[in-house]
Design a protein. Structure first.
Length: 367
């Protein structure tokens, strides 16, 4: 079976990898990855899209994505694959012609599967015209939550599959070694970890003053230091006096290694239209590595976090709630281990990789 996968960047698009690529790699099929933006360009683009030359970089990205998308679509017209998978969008948001015409034709020759896991209309990643086109042309639409399903016109709901994002690479980790390290430093140091992209960096920046206050109290009351590892493609300025902030450049393996060395995974969210569409993936990653979690009670986070594995924090009372949650989880080693076991159990029961893989295999099976 031949499959074409349209993705913004194979290496630097976590959504595309965790939502699509990891499953296709696990299934025996002939695949062609159609990168809209090649690695070296996209890496430079991410570093420059907010500086003084942002207009130039955005224009270059627009032109490159358009013509690469057009090139791959024409190749698929000439040699139609059995399945075409679109991760998020098919091209730049401001110019659909003639991509839309070609896509309509291809969808009559190949099964089109469209996957998205964020409020991509709100973030301006995709135009309403392209969103409507993909809704109409797709054989199946895969989303993380009912909230994202509501974005799609009701006439297409029969196409929708709800599939949370999970991470098959986590089963390669030695959790016994990770836990041994966590417990060895538990009496002197508590390590927090946040994993995310530049698009979500403001969520953790907004929380830094509160975490700095908690770090001070923790040191005064227990003698323990508090650190935060920010694993991202964007560096956070350390404005804290008590909290130790470590910037770790994101990579799939680097993120796993940092999570293995941490005690608690956190996911603060400022309540917004965009945040309501978040799929809680970083929480699911934390849980898979037996990390207790603390998260804002926003959107899909409520479907992930229970009292067995951590705490949901009231967005209107950050300081007290975050402090209480952290102190509760780290009260003593036995309490911490209880939350840790609950975290792994939650992942195994609600978000296992094998379940998602079976769904993808069924999707690619032609009856």
């Amino acid at each position: 079976m031949k499959i074409s996968i349209y993705i913004r960047s194979l290496v630097l698009s976590p959504s595309g990898y965790y939502r699509v690529i990891q499953y296709i790699n696990a299934i025996e099929c002939k695949q062609r990855t159609c990168e809209l933006l090649p690695y070296l360009f996209y890496k430079k683009y991410l570093r420059n899209k907010h500086n003084k030359l942002s207009i130039i970089w955005n224009l270059l990205a627009f032109v490159l994505a358009y013509f690469r998308g057009l090139y791959y679509l024409l190749k698929d017209i000439l040699d139609p694959p059995a399945v075409i998978i679109v991760s998020r969008e098919i091209g730049p948001r401001f110019l659909l012609f003639p991509l839309g015409i070609i896509l309509r034709r291809i969808s009559k020759m190949s099964r089109l599967i469209w996957d998205f896991d964020d409020q991509i209309l709100c973030s301006n990643e995709i135009s309403q015209a392209e969103f409507n086109l993909l809704s109409a042309c797709s054989y199946r639409i895969i989303v993380t939550s009912e909230y994202l399903q509501q974005m799609v016109d009701a006439q297409f709901w029969s196409k929708i599959i709800l599939l949370p994002t999970t991470d098959g690479d986590m089963d390669k980790c030695d959790l016994d070694v990770a836990m041994e390290y966590r417990l060895s430093i538990f009496d002197s140091l508590i390590r927090l970890v946040w994993v995310g992209t530049a698009a979500n960096i403001n969520n953790i920046i907004a929380l830094l003053p509160q975490l700095d206050t908690i770090a001070y109290k923790l040191k005064q009351n227990t003698g323990k230091k508090l650190t935060l590892s920010v694993v991202s493609n964007f560096k956070v300025d350390n404005i804290c006096e008590n909290l130790i902030v470590n910037n770790i450049e994101w990579s799939a393996q680097g993120a796993i290694e940092e999570m293995c060395k941490s005690h608690i995974g956190i996911m603060p969210l400022v309540d917004s239209l965009y945040s309501q569409g978040k799929g809680g993936f970083k929480l699911i990653q934390y849980l898979s590595l037996s990390l207790p979690v603390i998260a804002s009670d926003v959107g899909f986070n409520k479907n992930v976090v229970s009292s067995e594995c951590g705490f949901l924090v009231d967005s209107n009372s950050y300081l007290t709630s975050w402090e209480d949650a952290l102190l509760a989880i780290t009260f003593d080693i036995e309490t911490y281990l209880s939350y840790s076991r609950g975290a792994r159990k939650t992942w195994e029961e609600k978000f296992p990789f094998d379940r998602n893989l079976r769904i993808w295999k069924d999707l690619l099976t032609f009856n």
